[in-house]
Design a protein around this ligand. Structure first.
Ligand SMILES: Nc1ncnc2c1ncn2[C@@H]1O[C@H](COP(=O)(O)OS(=O)(=O)O)[C@@H](OP(=O)(O)O)[C@H]1O
Ligand SMILES: Nc1ncnc2c1ncn2[C@@H]1O[C@H](COP(=O)(O)OP(=O)(O)O)[C@@H](O)[C@H]1O
Length: 208
């Protein structure tokens, strides 16, 4: 008997077309670019700019944005720590499928806890997980406050808000860190350029 989680009699069904064949067709290598950081740090901005830049270069990507997924796939998972862990696990599983399909999957989530991000990394075979840390100061994110959420959190109207009354654990070993330079945030194009250079250097954008 085969057991997976709480289910029994479950078997893996192989597909006749494999990842390598899909990658050859797409002329790229599937991977996950996982963008983590505080609310307002620029995750969605980078995800959008990066997907546009990849499209311009003829490379297929797909953005999984935490906010958007909360309209469907993860809508029942609110903001308790265990909900976030399950939210991130599910998005990690979906990202893994996109990478297996041969796409450059751009996941953009606060993903505040190191162990949850590391669990997603561990799901990806052959280190095809590129963690991008939006290392922006809380003051900048709070000043931006594009959704007025920090104001609500400071007023105690949102509980467990990351950076205010819940922790954000910065990565120890991310592949890319986006920082302000001389107190100025790089433009969206420059941030995307940094990620594209990394993907190019590691062979993700080459014919397979
Ligand atoms: N308590 C609390 N803390 C932080 N953020 C909150 C919270 N409640 C709602 N929001 C809004 O939900 C968005 C976070 O969704 P994520 O899926 O990225 O979060 S997480 O990775 O599960 O932590 C996040 O989106 P971004 O602002 O784009 O980061 C917020 O708009
Ligand atoms: N590199 C940047 N330069 C200038 N403004 C930015 C930059 N990145 C993000 N912003 C602005 O900051 C706000 C929050 O960005 P967003 O991408 O929504 O953050 P997050 O997805 O992390 O919550 C938006 O108004 C966005 O236009």
């Amino acid at each position: 008997m085969s057991t997976v989680g709480n289910s029994t009699n479950i078997f893996w069904q192989e597909s006749p077309v494999g990842k390598l064949e899909r990658q050859k067709l797409l002329k790229q290598k599937g991977c996950v670019v996982w963008i983590t950081g505080l609310s307002g740090s620029g995750k969605s901005t980078l995800a959008c700019s990066l997907s546009r830049e990849l499209y311009t270069r003829g490379k297929l990507s797909y953005v999984l944005d935490g906010d958007n997924l909360r309209h469907g796939l993860t809508r029942i998972l609110v903001s308790k720590a265990e909900d976030r862990t399950e939210n991130i696990r599910r998005v990690g599983e979906v990202a893994k499928l996109f990478a297996d399909a041969g796409l450059i999957c751009i996941a953009s989530l606060i993903s505040p806890y190191r162990k949850d991000r590391d669990a997603c990394r561990a799901m990806l075979p052959d280190a095809n997980f590129v963690e991008v840390f939006m290392n922006m100061p809380l003051e900048l994110c709070e000043e931006r406050d594009s959704k007025d959420l920090y104001k609500l959190a400071r007023a105690g109207k949102i509980k467990g808000f990351t950076g205010i009354d819940d922790t954000y654990e910065p990565p120890f070993n991310c592949e890319i860190e986006i920082n302000q330079k001389d107190g100025i945030c790089p433009t969206p194009g420059a941030m995307a350029g940094e990620v594209v250079s990394y993907l190019e250097e590691k062979g993700y954008l080459q014919d397979q």
